[in-house]
Design a protein around this ligand. Sequence first.
Ligand SMILES: N[C@@H](CCC(=O)N[C@@H](CS)C(=O)NCC(=O)O)C(=O)O
Length: 247
Amino acid sequence: MELHYFPTSHWSRVISLVIAEKGLTPTRRLVDIRHHATFAPEYIRLNPRGVVPTLVDGARVVWDSLRIAEYLDERAGPPLYGPDPALRERVRELEEFPVMLFSYSVWTKGLKGERSADILAGKITLAREHAARYPALRQEYERKASFFERFRAEVYDERVVADALGRWGAYLEAMGETVRARPWLLGEDYSLADCIAVSTLYRLIDLGLLDAWSTTPGHPLRAYYDRLRARPSFAAVFSDDPLLATL
Ligand SMILES: N[C@@H](CCC(=O)N[C@@H](CS)C(=O)NCC(=O)O)C(=O)O
């Protein structure tokens, strides 16, 4: 089994957490987002959306993190993404959490690396160039260019970002109440929802957003995050992922 991913990308981390929780040891293949590796024609042929992660298992290629989680659930325990409607609903909500919007709204200000300011413009230009250069993949590249054009407009619209921060800040507060009286989002069983939540919370802390809870001892969300951090999967993904050392 091969996992094609970038170790600090949000959805890659989600699937890396699933893999660590299941004790799987796939071969790790770096898709270097920093150098636009998701735009390479050979990668688009593997994953037509040109995003990470992608799982390759023999002749099977699985993309989209939720489908990867389902695929892994069928092969190795413990189950993390069962049919429980409450779990499905929570995962759907967390999938909508605009992690990318919040990330780029900070990165484009140049606060996290010197290439950040024009990073989205570069992706749009590259997608358009590749659409012309690789006619067989034109549709895929056009889709990527259109996606990043829409997304870039949102990232630079302070009102969109502020509205999202308000709405999703409130969502996190409510999530804190959910985990006040139980260990994990769905109750006693750790699930895919917790994998998505920990990667989301980690990113928000890294971005310096929503400090209110992350620095408040005893806040229910802080306590939940501390429980997530205590699981071996946290270190496996956020500090000990072998590809981190190659960046
Ligand atoms: N729905 C997709 C989302 C994956 C996604 O958006 N991945 C981002 C990184 S977290 C990516 O690969 N972006 C590619 C790029 O920026 O070119 C999934 O669940 O796998």
